[in-house]
Ligand binder design. Structure first.
Ligand SMILES: [Zn+2]
Length: 135
């Protein structure tokens, strides 16, 4: 592997690579998908299956709340967070739905990407912290 490739691995942050005895050692982290550190599944309520069943009965076509086409296979939180009330849940297309032709895009991916960008923008808009000694 070239030095350029190693620095690229370091840059993406999901890998840690270093030279050991002249051999490249890439840790096992390469097998981890991007969401592996997420606690999302752990934070879902114990009655998640019941909530899914209720939303399935309410919207059997699984019409996607983002694009309006049927066939969304993921239950999404309209307002991001841990509000699991039925009013805050609705179906949305995921990447598999998009690849299967049920939607024109990965609606959940687009929505989450927009939420992430908004969160990042909010952090960047925050005024810089003032050192305690200067307050
Ligand atoms: Zn959709």
């Amino acid at each position: 592997m070239s030095t350029l490739a190693v620095s690229a691995l370091r840059r993406v942050g999901r890998f840690s690579a270093y030279w050991r005895g002249g051999e490249l050692d890439v840790t096992q982290e390469r097998a981890r998908p991007a969401w592996a550190g997420s606690t999302r599944r752990d934070r879902l309520p114990p009655n998640w299956d019941e909530l899914r069943a209720a939303k399935d009965a309410e919207n059997p076509e699984h019409v996607c709340h983002r694009c309006g086409l049927p066939g969304g296979s993921e239950l999404d939180h309209l307002l991001a967070g841990d509000d699991h009330r039925l009013d805050n849940l609705d179906w949305i297309h995921n990447r598999a739905d998009y690849l299967a032709g049920r939607s024109r895009e990965n609606c959940h991916g687009k929505k989450s990407g927009a939420e992430g960008a908004a969160a990042l923008a909010a952090i960047r808009r925050r005024p810089p912290d003032i050192h305690p000694a200067l307050r």
